[in-house]
Write a protein that binds this ligand. Structure first.
Ligand code: HEC
Ligand code: HEC
Ligand code: HEC
Ligand code: HEC
Ligand code: HEC
Ligand code: HEC
Ligand code: HEC
Ligand code: HEC
Ligand code: HEC
Ligand code: HEC
Length: 322
């Protein structure tokens, strides 16, 4: 206490004795009463000058560590994030005196602060190599500790606003005629993406991972909802496994029905089934010259999936008729 001015020392003792805890009806663990590492004063002291932040802190998931009373001072309460507050209090406040004022921190330093406690789960997401981290988008770009938009995950804004705010091109895709209903709130970006990063899933090796979630057994994000497409099937349609869903579908939105990558389905099929016998000597290409079954001048044969209905794979028929 040697460094304190008389005035703030008086002020402090007032807080510790008279006003302690009762001020906002919530008790912070009073670490000052115990032997504490140098510089930690506990959260009660902060209330007097930061009532707005302190009065709602009991609702914050970070209050759990305070309530449990089991954590050491450097891992709990206000100082768990902002660092030891003794000097800050002694000098009567100010951004320069608190060890970790986020408004003065680089994205990298604020990321390190949060990862100090959250490293275990988020390293699993490869967060340091995520496209967000590499582009200076860090925890506080998306999370607001003190002024969250809702109770879940302390997000700074509702998710669709949050992600859409930076990715307005993507938000626009979800307004196209055929789309997943993200803008309407039926699903969220995080149903398919992990904004904290990802590892490249084996089945999409050829593409960039794009922070797309890998589901159970490294399945694609899509299988979580479209379980009927998961297989395994007795007769697989090779590209569903090899290239993944996005070989034929756009994930966000499109002017093409069924979110197909091409306006007309048969043109998509013919990109691979060229009729040139590309797929080995059995000639997996559509026999285009063969008038009996695949005469492309006959509109009937352009409706490939009218006959090959189980286009994602079949347990009954090698040509996907049923
Ligand atoms: C989990 C980490 C964390 C904890 C715990 C925490 N803060 Fe913060 N604090 C932040 C971050 C991050 C910011 C930067 C603004 C933002 O993103 O909301 C901030 C900003 C502030 C600000 C600037 C004004 C404002 O409203 O943004 C004050 C003052 C503050 N914190 C005080 C406190 C006090 C007092 C406590 C304890 C009751 C506390 N903080 C607990 C992370 C934390
Ligand atoms: C004597 C009053 C006082 C006390 C006690 C106090 N602060 Fe502050 N604090 C201030 C003032 C004044 C500022 C500067 C505000 C500004 O410049 O906008 C400040 C700024 C901060 C900031 C900087 C936010 C930013 O990034 O701009 C943080 C964080 C903070 N205080 C946390 C704490 C914590 C944690 C405690 C308790 C350990 C605490 N304060 C106790 C007066 C106080
Ligand atoms: C690009 C935006 C973004 C960034 C950057 C970000 N988060 Fe998140 N975070 C989210 C969203 C969105 C959720 C909610 C996920 C959900 O609902 O499935 C979330 C959820 C969480 C959760 C709740 C548990 C979980 O994994 O779902 C924690 C903890 C978390 N984030 C911590 C962090 C930390 C720490 C950082 C920085 C190292 C960070 N986040 C960076 C967007 C982000
Ligand atoms: C001192 C350790 C510590 C630090 C530093 C810390 N957190 Fe946390 N965080 C926790 C604990 C403990 C929880 C509660 C976990 C639980 O619910 O069991 C938590 C929960 C969260 C949650 C989950 C909220 C939910 O709804 O599930 C988010 C998001 C989060 N922290 C983000 C951050 C961000 C962003 C930072 C950096 C500004 C940060 N944390 C810094 C310890 C910390
Ligand atoms: C139905 C699953 C799904 C949903 C929901 C989804 N995405 Fe995607 N997103 C993907 C897939 C799969 C890719 C990879 C596409 C590729 O590599 O061709 C991708 C790619 C991206 C890309 C990089 C390529 C590009 O188009 O710019 C961004 C950015 C992106 N998504 C942002 C978002 C945002 C923001 C949201 C929410 C508003 C969202 N996504 C919702 C599945 C989804
Ligand atoms: C503060 C701005 C910001 C916010 C908020 C934000 N992003 Fe990003 N995001 C970026 C930047 C910058 C990049 C890298 C450049 C690019 O691809 O546009 C990026 C890249 C991505 C990518 C592409 C990864 C790749 O490999 O190309 C996806 C997917 C993505 N963000 C999803 C999301 C989702 C989901 C959310 C909401 C949870 C979100 N973003 C919130 C700024 C943001
Ligand atoms: C969170 C659940 C969920 C996930 C994850 C998901 N979808 Fe969907 N998908 C739906 C729902 C629900 C519909 C029904 C259309 C609607 O919402 O109006 C749908 C519709 C579709 C359609 C048909 C559209 C039509 O016009 O009939 C295609 C194709 C599709 N999804 C592909 C994908 C692909 C590819 C992925 C992975 C990148 C994916 N989905 C991930 C829920 C999901
Ligand atoms: C070889 C191209 C191709 C691949 C790969 C593919 N699809 Fe499709 N998918 C189609 C075609 C073509 C249709 C339209 C069928 C129709 O109109 O009868 C379709 C229709 C759909 C539909 C809507 C109708 C239905 O059957 O429910 C969904 C949902 C769908 N696909 C999801 C997926 C998912 C999830 C994946 C990845 C596991 C995937 N698709 C991979 C070509 C493909
Ligand atoms: C990305 C390339 C690709 C696209 C697009 C594609 N296929 Fe295939 N298809 C293949 C491959 C590879 C095989 C497996 C050939 C083999 O086993 O030799 C196959 C097999 C088939 C078979 C089974 C042939 C047999 O062995 O009896 C049918 C039927 C089929 N495709 C129809 C379609 C239809 C209809 C479409 C359009 C909706 C389509 N394919 C789109 C690559 C593709
Ligand atoms: C009117 C029903 C019908 C339509 C429409 C149809 N097919 Fe077929 N397809 C068949 C039948 C029947 C066979 C198996 C008999 C045969 O021709 O050898 C077959 C076989 C195939 C095979 C396997 C050929 C091989 O050599 O083993 C492929 C690939 C194929 N079709 C692709 C397509 C594509 C691509 C389209 C759309 C451009 C299409 N089919 C439209 C009925 C149809």
């Amino acid at each position: 206490m040697r460094k304190l001015t008389n005035l703030s020392a008086l002020f402090l003792s007032l807080l510790f004795t008279g006003l302690d805890g009762s001020l906002f009806g919530q008790n912070f663990q009073d670490v000052s009463a115990k032997a504490t590492p140098a510089g930690y004063v506990g959260g009660n002291v902060c209330k007097a000058c930061h009532p707005d932040v302190s009065s709602i802190f009991y609702k914050n998931p970070h209050f759990k560590s305070v309530a449990s009373g089991k954590e050491p001072p450097e891992r709990t309460g206000c100082e768990g994030c902002h660092g030891p507050g003794k000097e800050h209090v002694a000098k009567g406040g100010g951004k320069m005196t608190i060890p970790r004022a986020f408004s003065l921190m680089t994205p990298a330093k604020s990321l390190d602060t949060c990862l100090g406690c959250h490293v275990k789960d988020l390293e699993r997401a490869n967060i340091r190599r995520s496209e967000h981290t590499l582009n200076q988008v860090s925890c506080t770009s998306c999370h607001s500790i003190h002024h969250p938009a809702g109770p879940k995950s302390l997000l700074a804004k509702k998710q669709v606003e949050l992600c859409g705010g930076c990715h307005d091109d993507v938000r626009a895709q979800f307004a196209m005629p055929f789309k997943h209903r993200v803008n309407e709130g039926f699903m969220q970006c995080t149903d398919c993406h992990n904004p904290h990063g990802t590892f490249a899933p084996p089945m999409m090796m050829s593409q960039r991972p794009r922070m797309v979630r890998t589901g159970l057994l490294n399945d694609q994000a899509c299988m979580k909802c479209h379980v009927d497409k998961r297989g395994p099937f007795v007769f697989e349609h090779a590209p569903v496994r090899a290239g993944g869903c996005i070989q034929c579908h756009v994930p966000h939105g499109s002017s093409n029905a069924k979110l197909l990558v091409r306006p007309v389905a048969f043109t998509l099929c013919l990109e691979c089934h060229t009729g040139a016998g590309d797929f080995g000597k059995t000639g997996r290409g559509v026999p285009l010259q063969e008038a009996r079954t695949h005469n492309m001048l006959d509109p009937k044969f352009q409706q490939c999936t009218l006959c090959h209905v189980r286009i994602h794979g079949s347990n009954a028929d090698a040509t996907f008729f049923k």
